[in-house]
Design a protein around this ligand. Sequence first.
Ligand code: NAD
Ligand code: TYD
Length: 374
Amino acid sequence: MSDRKLKNILVTGGCGFIGSNFINYMFGQSATGSREFMDSGFDGRIVNVDCLTYAGNPDNLSGVQKAFGGTRYFFEKADICDRSAIERIFKQYDIDTVIHFAAESHVDRSILGPEAFIKTNIMGTYTLLDVARKFWNVSLDNQRDDVLFHHISTDEVYGSLGETGYFTETTPYDPRSPYSASKASSDHIVMAYYHTYGLPITLSNCTNNYGPYQFPEKLIPLMILNMQEGKNLPVYGEGKNIRDWIYVEDHNRAVWQIVKDGITGQKYNIGGENEWQNIKLLDKLIELTAKEAGLNADDVRKTIVHVKDRPGHDARYAIDCAKIKKELGWERKMTFEEGLTLTVKWYLSHKEWIERVQSGEYLKWIDSNYAGRK
Ligand code: NAD
Ligand code: TYD
């Protein structure tokens, strides 16, 4: 047991995919009804800071807002790069813990326009770290164990694996895309604040998440919706790239466990131990979606189109998560079959959410960048 207060938690990016699932989890609200995951035991307050980019949607938290808004849950629309807004929020809510999800998160977007990634992922993380350091008045001579800054990162910072081997916490960083380079940079700055200024931090690097509320630009929701709408299924290159998939609630339980009991200054890898070649995953997804949506799987398979490969496309990601299992007793609970089925059902039954996120800015972006691919 740590001495952390964990009373007034600042969650950044809480309107995005993982962040909104995290806040729902903390307040016992399950998007998919998988109640066995709702055991956070949290009894404090959460302040959600999100500037609502195309990927942020406050509706993801309507249940939490209704039940806890103004008492234990507060939403602040602000940019993490806006130092004065972040300073004001730290003071107003007497923040003792930061759980930092906010980021530009999509690799393809980072290839088309890296600037927002550099700003949010690097400058935004720096701004939060620096405000936390000053607000908590920490230094190497004045270390504190009652406050914590937890940084959420990705396995993509480690680069690309060959056919064998796993990323461990000591694998050297070797990012390839503007997204992973900006996340790698933010990880280094977080560690620098620990070593140089004594800021109490923990850091986690996770594999590919899937589940409800993921913006339909990422592989799994994009494919489910394209199938439902009768559109082509664009596979980059041969589709042989491998990703390790984890259900979002398993990731979020791990994050909460690290925040509660992780050792200050340490990083933890989180993985699903669930590697899939993209093309094989798509086959599985076609089988499940066709069944749930009443489609003919063989007809759907005919809509697979191999499109131009992503530049610098990492071949394989796979995480060794022995450390968090051994030291914190964390374990993945969701099987892929069950998690994917819940996810497919969720996307097929949330038409209104999908229409909203697919309108406006998103559609304009897709039209201008991806029209030729579909
Ligand atoms: P997302 O794109 O769905 O959500 C990001 C959220 O951050 C959005 O609500 C957005 O409005 C907000 N945001 C963006 N820029 C902001 C800014 N400048 N100020 C305030 N808010 C801002 O992303 P996600 O998939 O939920 O990822 C969350 C975190 O988890 C990221 O740090 C990402 O790098 C990391 N991660 C994601 C995955 C994955 O598979 N999605 C895997 C490992 C790690
Ligand atoms: P993605 O969901 O974008 O996650 P990441 O790039 O962060 O791993 O993509 C997952 C894999 O699927 C990746 O290898 C790229 C591939 N992919 C496609 O083949 N087609 C698509 O339309 C998308 C979005 C991704």
